[in-house]
Design a protein around this ligand. Structure first.
Ligand code: SAH
Ligand code: SF4
Ligand code: F3S
Length: 474
């Protein structure tokens, strides 16, 4: 049988990147190979996101472009998976009748079988069940263990870095957010399984793991015998794994950032002092309408704890501008919070109303788009200036980086030479660009920083003189 060719396009958050890796790994076992365009493929999969309208529009227009391909080659299988598949369900068949497969995030382990069924029957298939109604969570639990262990290092930025899921779903129901209704109820994964998967990744040469959860620091697993494993306990256990040098975790929920967890981060040298803790807004009125469950005073108190226990930690945030009813005065309070907290960087989003959320039901999306855009640009400019200032103290300093691969520019102009521009990351998630050698990819190396802008540090690899030989520390 000739090899089937798979093309996969992924949008959305790290959860989706991981899901795509797992689906590709499962399909490889059935003899698929990956190709780099939809044109060359006989199976095309889209792993989708519904967090903002824009993310959905992108997928619908990509699907539109495939209409002709399907007319020319009716054998081509087109599948839509992930959050938008869960949210829109058969609407996708109505908007793009040539789609063969719709699969929600809880059923991704079924993708290989579903594709075979479609090939055999010629019928469309949709699997989007969510086990919320009767309270059982079997399907969700299964989706953890039935396919998580299959990994595919070629789908990762580098084979030395991997995502490890520790939670699925979300129970917070922030009023603007679609995630709880497409990803289902929050559930923490058994620490034994997390440890086993991380050990296996280490055995395969992976050096950095990033633990994933929508509110990762709310992690809490109750064992049969009544014991509880919390995030801090989990970090202590993962820290013991030989071969894993760096441990990160995203995304944190402000209310659950306990001093116990911050202390674990301080005491465990492999745990990166990098904390992504979205604030979303600096105004209590807005936070209240968002139903975030904290006040700006709570957030400030959390920042004080972070600065006290981890004075060198890089803290990053997300903000939504133009949420329903956000006044100029509310926005100014957000600006104030950004100036005060001096985040390493912030992701800033214009509010996008999501049908099916409480926010869409209760409040009018009343901030005109040009106002959202102005607030977005203003906040971004303030944040970027802070990011640039905060990168300046790195000038002349030596940092340790995990080398990830060619820089964007070098990847584009790749001529196969061993010497090229590489990028790596510090423990606190700062990107460093430097001239290096291909064989340094995957190593942890010292670099001297000589320049910096808002987003990037520029450095030179440290060389050590031994006799007449000059070599890179490795
Ligand atoms: N679980 C994470 C974030 C998930 S979504 C958390 O709770 O922080 C990633 C980011 O997208 C959010 O932090 C928020 O800033 C943004 N976002 C979510 N819903 C949005 C919406 N309807 N419009 C604009 N931005 C949104
Ligand atoms: Fe969405 Fe809030 Fe859950 Fe984050 S915590 S995924 S923003 S509902
Ligand atoms: Fe998007 Fe789903 Fe992630 S909606 S942000 S891909 S959980």
């Amino acid at each position: 049988m000739s090899q089937r060719k798979l093309y996969i396009e992924t949008v959305g958050c790290q959860m989706n990147m991981l899901d795509s890796e797992l689906v590709v790994a499962a399909l490889r076992q059935r003899g698929y190979e990956l190709v780099d365009s939809a044109k060359k493929a006989d199976t095309v999969l889209f792993n989708t996101c519904s967090v903002r309208q824009h993310a959905e529009d992108k997928i619908y227009s990509a699907l539109g472009r495939l209409k002709h391909a399907k007319t020319h080659n009716p054998e081509k299988i087109i599948g839509v998976m992930g959050c938008m598949a869960q949210k829109d369900q058969e609407l996708i068949f109505r908007r793009a009748p040539y789609v063969d497969l719709i699969v929600g995030p809880g059923q991704l382990h079924q993708v290989p079988d579903l594709i075979e069924e479609i090939q055999a029957s010629g019928q469309q298939r949709m699997e989007v069940s969510m086990d919320r109604a009767d309270g059982t969570r079997n399907d969700v639990a299964q989706s953890f263990e039935s396919y998580d262990p299959l990994r595919d290092p070629t789908m990762r930025p580098t084979p030395y870095q991997a995502y490890v899921r520790i939670m699925i779903g979300c129970d917070k129901f922030c009023t603007y957010c679609i995630v709880p209704s497409v990803r289902g109820p929050e559930q923490s994964r058994d620490p034994e399984h997390i440890l086993a998967e991380s050990r296996r990744l280490a055995d395969e040469g992976c050096r950095e793991i990033t633990l994933l959860g929508q509110t990762v620091n709310s992690y809490r697993f109750r064992h049969g015998d009544g014991r509880t494993t919390r995030m801090a306990d989990l970090l202590h256990q993962l820290h013991e794994i030989d071969g894993i040098d760096r441990i990160k975790f995203v995304t944190n929920f402000p209310k659950d950032m306990t001093r116990e967890l911050l202390t674990a981060v301080r005491d465990l040298p492999k745990v990166c002092q990098y904390l992504h803790v979205p604030a979303q807004s600096g105004s209590n009125d807005v936070l209240n309408r968002m139903k975030r469950g904290y006040t700006v005073e709570d957030y400030r108190e959390m920042m004080t704890n972070i600065r006290e226990i981890l004075p060198n930690a890089a803290v990053t945030s997300d903000f939504i501008v133009g949420f329903c009813g956000e006044t100029e005065a509310d926005f100014e309070k957000t600006v104030e919070l950004v100036r005060e907290c001096r985040f390493k960087n912030s992701f800033i989003f214009k509010y996008s109303t999501r049908p099916g959320t409480k926010g869409a039901e209760l409040y009018e999306d009343d901030i005109p788009d040009e106002v959202k855009r102005r607030r977005n640009n203003e906040l971004l400019a303030i944040q970027n200036a802070i990011s640039e200032e905060d990168n300046q103290p790195f000038l002349g300093r030596r940092v340790e980086i995990l080398v990830e691969g060619p820089s964007k520019a070098a990847a584009k102009a790749d001529d196969g030479q061993p010497q090229l521009q590489l990028t790596g990351r510090t423990m606190c998630d700062r990107i460093v660009v430097f001239e290096g050698n291909r064989r340094q990819i995957g190593q942890i190396l010292p670099v001297d920083i000589y320049d910096a802008n808002s987003f990037t540090l520029f450095g030179q690899i440290v060389t050590q003189h031994v006799g007449t030989e000059v070599y890179s520390l490795a």
